[in-house]
Ligand binder design. Structure first.
Ligand code: SAH
Length: 258
């Protein structure tokens, strides 16, 4: 009986060692690392969030739902607000900013039509939560945040969570990230009066850009760059923080793209 018991324990130990080996291999090739363990106290809240707020509102893409079931949103908000992390609303993350409502993160990620091989640009890292969701859905994510405290904290959480395929930079996202352009997709999480021309330039042909545009309530617009030009549609009305920096110096309506 004792030997039998030990056999089981050892088998479990061996299989978890093998599991750890696989996870290391995945991290080495740049895929997001270990999901939360079975003792994660927020697992049930996260499952409910996906069922009620995401699937319940019509988003069905299996890879996206899986990413949302996996990324520990509570790790990206301040400790004192962890219990509010899975609610159907934005959460304060410090420096006067918020992490978007889960549904909005899901909707914007869904609109990018990701299949796993994309190089993405995100403007407005904030907490890093959206960055983590995108990192599970694409090959690599470059993210720009204008507030250095937020960028530093987000990069720290992403590192702790093992996201090896993410790079965060402090700067004004208006100018994009020319050294890494072009991008298959661009997600803008702070609202400019119009889409900054450098972001359009840094989008690949057939690439998709999703951005809140205008204010104080914004149009959520999706722009696809086709060989013939730009296709633009509006999918929703949203409320994001304004894009600060150069976007606020550009007089509205002077964007040569539209
Ligand atoms: N998606 C984020 C939340 C973004 S909130 C998350 O998951 O937490 C919008 C963020 O955009 C804020 O952190 C704000 O500081 C940042 N921001 C505003 N203007 C910016 C600019 N010009 N360049 C880069 N980031 C900007």
């Amino acid at each position: 009986m004792f030997a039998y018991h030990r056999g089981i324990v050892q088998e479990f130990w061996l299989s978890s060692a093998a599991f750890a080996g696989v996870m290391c291999a995945l991290a080495a090739v740049g895929v997001a690392a270990q999901p939360p363990g079975p003792n994660d106290p927020f697992a049930a809240q996260r499952t409910a969030m996906v069922e009620e707020q995401i699937r319940g509102r019509g988003i069905e893409e299996p890879r996206l739902l899986n990413a949302l079931r996996t990324v520990p949103r509570h790790e990206f908000v301040p400790d004192s607000l962890r219990d509010a992390a899975y609610g159907d609303e934005p959460v304060q993350i410090g420096s006067g900013q918020t992490v978007s409502q889960p549904y909005l993160v899901a909707l914007m990620a869904d609109l990018l039509e990701l299949d796993g091989d994309e190089k993405l640009l995100e403007i407005g890292t904030g907490s890093g939560y959206t960055t983590a969701v995108l990192a599970r859905l694409a090959r690599r994510v470059y993210s720009i945040e204008i507030i250095d405290d937020l960028a530093e904290r987000a990069q720290g959480v992403l590192d702790d969570q093992g996201y090896a395929n993410v790079e965060v930079r402090v700067g004004d996202g208006y100018r994009g990230w020319p050294e890494e352009a072009p991008f298959d997709g661009i997600l803008v999480a702070a609202a400019p009066a119009e889409v900054p021309p450098p972001l359009i330039e840094q989008l690949k042909v057939n690439g998709i850009l999703v951005a809140p545009v205008g204010g104080p309530l914004q149009d959520l617009v999706v722009i696809r760059k086709t060989p013939e030009g730009l296709e633009r549609r509006q999918v929703d009305v949203v409320r994001f923080v304004p894009m600060v920096g150069q976007a606020q110096e550009d007089p509205e309506g002077e964007n040569p793209n539209f």
